[in-house]
Design a protein around this ligand. Structure first.
Ligand SMILES: Nc1nc2c(ncn2[C@@H]2O[C@H](COP(=O)(O)OP(=O)(O)O)[C@@H](O)[C@H]2O)c(=O)[nH]1
Ligand SMILES: [Mg+2]
Length: 186
């Protein structure tokens, strides 16, 4: 493995159950830092993330730092702290939970008021949910449709596709990643 020459901080956000922890865990090539605890209220699953999910991934000469933030908006103070210095945002939205789209929109607005970075929307759980039209989702979230992609966070190649797409927009500005092909090497 080459020694990374630069570091990119990427934020992974989205409503509870959208796949953030899974996304960071799947991509990470170093031990994944997990802060899930038993949920104290009914959020549709047993455990929820109360701290930051942290993982890293080396691609080319870039060490990508993945910061997954808790989904519940009562933790928005952690979004505020963690988004500082981020160079890109992956916002995950569960396709089978359209009621969460409004929450995703609020999260995105909150973050965009604080950081101006490229955004990729990862539509997750499409295998068990509705197949949404990227144009429709993009229009609702105010993101270009080409930045909306269906992903399965349990699948490494799929997660890498979201990162590749994100870095298409990050790289022209920061000249971080040079080779698109690297993202295929999972
Ligand atoms: N079938 C399916 N399950 C998914 C997908 N993405 C995430 N999951 C599952 O959804 C659940 C919630 O994921 P998690 O990563 O904990 O969500 P988080 O709350 O955003 O951190 C887990 O059981 C995942 O395995 C997907 O694309 N398809
Ligand atoms: Mg989580």
């Amino acid at each position: 493995m080459r020694t990374p020459r630069s570091v990119a901080k990427i934020l992974v956000a989205g409503p509870v159950g959208s796949g953030k922890s899974t996304f960071v865990r799947t991509l990470s090539d170093t031990p994944f830092v997990d802060t899930d605890v038993m949920a104290s209220e009914d959020i549709g699953k047993l455990a929820t993330t109360v701290g930051i999910d942290f993982g890293t991934r080396n691609v080319d000469d870039v060490r990508i730092l993945l910061f997954g933030v808790p989904g519940q908006d009562r933790f928005d103070f952690m979004w505020e702290v963690t988004c500082e210095g981020a160079q890109g945002l992956v916002l995950l939205v569960a396709a089978d939970r359209p009621a969460c789209f409004i929450e995703a929109k609020r999260t995105l607005r909150f973050l965009r008021e604080r950081i101006s970075v490229p955004v990729v929307i990862g539509l997750t759980r499409s295998d068990i949910g509705e197949q949404w039209d990227p144009n429709e989702v993009g229009a609702y979230l105010n993101v270009p449709p080409e930045c909306v992609v269906n992903i399965d966070p349990r699948d490494a190649a799929s997660c890498m596709e979201a990162l590749r797409l994100l870095f298409e927009y990050v790289s022209p500005k920061s000249n971080l990643l040079t080779s698109r092909e690297s993202f295929a090497l999972v």
